[in-house]
Structures are given as structure tokens and as C-alpha cells.
Design a protein around this ligand. Structure first.
Ligand code: GLU
Length: 419
């Protein structure tokens, strides 16, 4: 029987394997194999037609060893406890690899937000916030956007939390609208980080960005900002996709036109009528002949089943967990380089950190400042991970996890175990 994909088991596999490579004993790192705290909530919502629906919600603090828990909130029909746990764990490693002073957390509600009205989403968000309220706060756990949520949802969380506290608490969430203390550059930050990671890996391989064939799976916030920035850098984006379809054009898609087309809420690529484009399936998109492949949607897109059919030379993980652990050795054997999610998509949480710092200090940075600081943090982390991969003669995923695990384990060592 085929093994069911469990992202949390994937996380444990990597932790155990790099801990072994670092020569750790079980008790050196066992705390980081378990989430510190998991909360499951039931979220009743009055729908527009007067009926009441109850949604499953979660918030997990995976680690608070290096600082408050930090991570997004996902609204998606496939959200489940194991997924949130894995996503929360990935946040702990992501924050450690870029060395921002956070642990890791994540939340989610099992709901298809495209099936809800704006008012229903607001009521869902308010009730979910009320249910997780005891475990969030600017010094405890700071949510942010993820798949299916955005700045508007963060505004509702911030307002709900502030109403309970009796005063405005902007630092309880990041990725907020600018008017509420959101940071300039946050919306594009994950995409900007993916662009930086792609640019840096091409540099290491002595490859020119200009004209490099690139495929992007997913046109949500991360995919579309990545497409825009890589297009500006001169890469040739030959295919992109969303939930409705993939589109392909061998000599390069008109990215500004596509982004403009998708900017209306609810618009889908299947209705795009660009010149010379070909509609392709998700499978065809992933298996295209290309140099760079950027999965920017969900987990487990590349696994044992299709890893042998991937023709890209470089995979830059813009989504969390798009390459399953089972695919890593296959890709490695086939000479395909993977820039791992915890490094490649860390730009979002890095600028979340800048936003939180600005909130604490009641400051508002210029966008140039935000982008310059992001550039510094990402390039430094990239260099550290790259150097470690050479030193240990291993994949970038293993080396990124090593850099992160060492930081987490060292924090645990100096803190000790309570009591
Ligand atoms: N959801 C994003 C991620 O997976 C951002 C998290 C944050 O900014 O806290 O990295």
C-alpha cells in the first residue's frame, strides 16, 4: 500500500537525519521533535443565510526556545492537525536559519474561503481569534498571513485582539494593512526573498539570470510577486499556473499583463486570453523542460511519484514543503538542486520581524530600508547555508536544517530544561 503523506513525519525525518550528521545524541535535540503546545478549537460562524456552521481551527506553538512563536494562519479546506504541526515546525527552522529572534508557530482553519462571503470570513476570523486569544500576543505568538489569508484578515485579528485588551495592539499580528502599522514591502517580501534566493543560486552556478527559462506553480501572493520580480530581473517565465489551469509559452509569458489580469479578485487563469499561450495541466507544468522550477502553492507537489519526471535543473521552494522528503534523494541523484523552503521563502517572516520591530518602536521605515535589510539578512543566510553544504558535502536542505538546528539546540543548551 502506498504510504500516506504526512508533512510532520517528513519534518521529523529531516530533523533526525541532520541531527545524526551533526553528531547529536537524542537528548541533545529531542525537545525539537515535538510541538510545545497545540490548541484545537471549534469555530461556530453564523452564515449569511442564518444557518450556523462549525469550522475546525488550530494554533500550534512548535517552539519558543529562541523567542515568541511566529507564523501564519492558513484558511484552506485541507487544513488538519498534522499539517499545522509541520507548518509550525518549519517556521521554527525558518526563523532560525535567517536568525530572527523567534520560535515557530502556525494556525489554520479548515475552510474553503472562496466559498464564503466577505462578511462570513470576517465573522469566522473574529471567532477564531477569540478562540485562540489566550495563546497569542506580541510577546507570545504573532500570526501573519498564509495561504487563503491576507492583510484584511490580519486587520480583523488585530481589531478583535485589541477590543479584548481594551487598547490597540498592532504588534499582535504582522502582514497588516499599512494604515494599522503594517510594514511597507511586506506584501511582496516572500516573493522578493524567493527572487533573491533564485538570483544567488544562479550566481553560484555561474548562470546568467537573463533569459533563464523559469516555471512557477501557483499565482497567489507569493507566486505572483515572485513572477513579477523574476521577470524584472530578466528571467524568462515560460509557464505559470493557478488552481484552474497552467499556461505555457515557449518564448516567455507576458507577466505584467497576466498579473494585471489576475488582479481582480476571483479571476482565474483559465479565462486568460494571452497571445500564443497554450493551456497545460499541473502535471505538465511541473514536468516542463526548464532551468528553474518554483513551486509556490502547497505541500507535496514533487514526491516519489513524479521526482523522476522533473526536468528542471534548480527547484526553488517558494511554498512550504512542496518537495516531499521522499523526493529529495531522487532529485539529488539526478543532479537537481533544491533551494529549500525554510531559506527560499523566509523573506516573508523576515519582513514580518521588521514590522514587529517597527511596531514596538512606533516607527515606520522607508520601503528602501526594508528591502535593503531584507537583502542583507537573506544573502547572509544563503551564504551560511551554501558554505555549510560545501563543508558537509550535502544538500542545501540538509545544510539549512543544520544551520537552524544548531541555533535551536544552542538556545536550548544555554536556557536549560525547566524545572
Ligand atoms: N506564512 C508565511 C510563512 O510561511 C509568513 C509567516 C510570518 O510572516 O510570520 O513563512
Amino acid at each position: 500500500m502506498e504510504k500516506v503523506y504526512n508533512p510532520y513525519e517528513d519534518l521529523l525525518t529531516i530533523i533526525d537525519s541532520v541531527a545524526g550528521m551533526l553528531g547529536y545524541e537524542e537528548s541533545d535535540y529531542s525537545v525539537i521533535r515535538y510541538p510545545e503546545r497545540e490548541l484545537k478549537v471549534s469555530v461556530p460562524v453564523e452564515m449569511d443565510d442564518g444557518t450556523i456552521k462549525v469550522f475546525e481551527g488550530y494554533r500550534v506553538h512548535y517552539s519558543t526556545l529562541r523567542g515568541p512563536a511566529k507564523g501564519g494562519i492558513r484558511y484552506h479546506q485541507d487544513v488538519n492537525a498534522e499539517e499545522v504541526k509541520a507548518l509550525a515546525g518549519w517556521m521554527a527552522f525558518k526563523c532560525a536559519v535567517v536568525n530572527v529572534p523567534y520560535g515557530g508557530g502556525k494556525g489554520g482553519v479548515k475552510v474553503d474561503p472562496t466559498k464564503l462571503s466577505q462578511k462570513e470570513i470576517n465573522r469566522l476570523t473574529r471567532r477564531y481569534t477569540a478562540m485562540i486569544l489566550p495563546i497569542i500576543g506580541p510577546e507570545i505568538d504573532i500570526p501573519a498571513p498564509d495561504v487563503g489569508t491576507n492583510a484584511d484578515v490580519m486587520a480583523v485579528i488585530m481589531d478583535t485582539y485589541s477590543m479584548f485588551k481594551g487598547h490597540s495592539v498592532p504588534g499582535v499580528v504582522t502582514g497588516k494593512p499599512i494604515q494599522l502599522g503594517g510594514s511597507l514591502g511586506r506584501t511582496e517580501a516572500t516573493g522578493r526573498g524567493v527572487m533573491i534566493a533564485t538570483r544567488e543560486i544562479l550566481k553560484k552556478l555561474h548562470m546568467e539570470p537573463k533569459g533563464t527559462p523559469t516555471v512557477i506553480q501557483g499565482m497567489g501572493n507569493v507566486g505572483s510577486q515572485t513572477a513579477r520580480l523574476l521577470n524584472e530581473l530578466g528571467l524568462k517565465i515560460i509557464a505559470v499556473s493557478d488552481v484552474s489551469t497552467g499556461i505555457y509559452k515557449e518564448d516567455g509569458l507576458n507577466i505584467p499583463e497576466i498579473l494585471d489580469f489576475l488582479s481582480v479578485r476571483g479571476t482565474l487563469l483559465k479565462d486568460y486570453k494571452g497571445e500564443g499561450i497554450k493551456f497545460i495541466s499541473n502535471k505538465e507544468l511541473l514536468e516542463l523542460e526548464t532551468v528553474v522550477l518554483i513551486p509556490a502553492a502547497l505541500e507535496n507537489q514533487i514526491n516519489e511519484a513524479n521526482a523522476n519526471d522533473i526536468k528542471a535543473k534548480i527547484i526553488v521552494e517558494a511554498a512550504n514543503g512542496p518537495v516531499a522528503v521522499s523526493a529529495d534523494p531522487i532529485l539529488k541523484d539526478r543532479g537537481i538542486l533544491v533551494v529549500p523552503d525554510i531559506l527560499a521563502n523566509s523573506g516573508g517572516v523576515v519582513v514580518s520581524y521588521f514590522e514587529w520591530v517597527q511596531n514596538i518602536q512606533s516607527l515606520a521605515w522607508e520601503v528602501e530600508n526594508v528591502n535593503a535589510e531584507l537583502e542583507k539578512v537573506m544573502v547572509k543566510a544563503f551564504e551560511e547555508v551554501y558554505a555549510k553544504s560545501l563543508e558537509k558535502n550535502t544538500t542545501l536542505r540538509n545544510s539549512a536544517y543544520m544551520v537552524a538546528l544548531e541555533r535551536i539546540v544552542n538556545a536550548k543548551k544555554v536556557r536549560g530544561i525547566f524545572p
